[in-house]
Design a protein around this ligand. Structure first.
Ligand code: ACM
Length: 265
């Protein structure tokens, strides 16, 4: 019962090609049934938008449309939960969001900390309540640049998550991979970073996405990793129950030892 299998899909989404991206994702994940598959940020749209119109054209409302229905059907049939990044239209705004969908339900996380020019196109999310359950384990969701704010991971960890699913489009080489190892250590949880690969170039500007998706254990070990180019799904078993032990030595508990009164925040 405690066995828990996590998949990461690392791939190269095609910019502004939603239909092709959904087909590509399906072809990677269709035959597999781990408990959870985490996919990159903005996986159905690509990243390098130039106009608000482009973002609007790629955006989806939940629970309408093909995107949602494809994953709902897959999740029910394969008994697998998915976390996948997409541009979301919600109450007149567009968010950089991740859908989390399980055979029993779904929800949306809206990225709280927007990176660089994302601020031109998206409204920041206003909540870190993105937690869902699979097999009695709690999974929290953050997106990419959220990693640099330890408060975000800590908030989810204090709410009891066993792991953080972290869809990403990382461009600063190696930083988040290191940061998410630390987030795993300081909270005694697993972190599951699903990054994308490839280059998006428009005019003279380009983004190179850095791959190296990974799962970090509560001890800070990288237990599953990718290189900077490969496109594939990999699956690994994780011992989520072990994250309920918050002692890092017999006398040090990473939550109870916090000195809240002497911190600024
Ligand atoms: C990022 O937040 N996409 C770096």
């Amino acid at each position: 019962m405690n066995k828990f299998y996590v998949g990461i899909l690392q791939f190269k989404p095609l910019l502004l090609k939603k239909e092709e991206n959904i087909e590509k994702i399906i072809s990677f994940i269709e035959g597999e049934s781990p408990d959870l598959i985490v996919m990159p940020e903005l996986a159905i749209s690509g990243y390098f938008f130039r106009t608000k119109k482009e973002v609007e054209r790629m955006s989806e409302r939940i629970p309408d449309g093909k995107f949602f229905n494809v994953f709902k059907e897959l999740s029910t049939r394969r008994k697998t939960a998915y976390v996948i990044g997409f541009p979301e239209k919600y109450r007149g705004n567009v968010y950089n969001s991740a859908l989390y969908i399980t055979p029993r339900g779904y929800g949306v996380y809206r990225k709280v900390h927007l990176f660089y020019e994302e601020k031109k196109f998206f409204k920041p999310g206003g909540s870190l309540n993105s937690i869902f359950r699979i097999k009695n384990f709690k999974i929290g969701v953050l997106i990419c640049f959220d990693w640099i704010f330890p408060e975000a991971s800590r908030t989810l960890a204090l709410k009891g998550v066993h792991a953080i699913a972290h869809p990403s489009n990382l461009v600063l080489p190696g930083l988040a991979q290191l940061g998410m190892r630390v987030r795993a250590i300081e909270n005694r949880i697993f972190t599951i970073t699903a990054n994308r690969v490839g280059i998006e170039k428009r005019g003279k500007k380009k983004y190179k996405f850095t791959g190296r998706s990974q799962i970090a254990s509560p001890a800070g070990e990288i237990i599953l990793s990718f290189d900077e180019n490969e496109e594939r799904l990999k699956i690994w078993e994780v011992d989520l129950k072990s994250t309920e032990d918050k002692f890092i030595t017999p006398l040090n508990h990473v939550f109870k030892d916090r000195r809240k009164k002497i911190y600024l925040v």
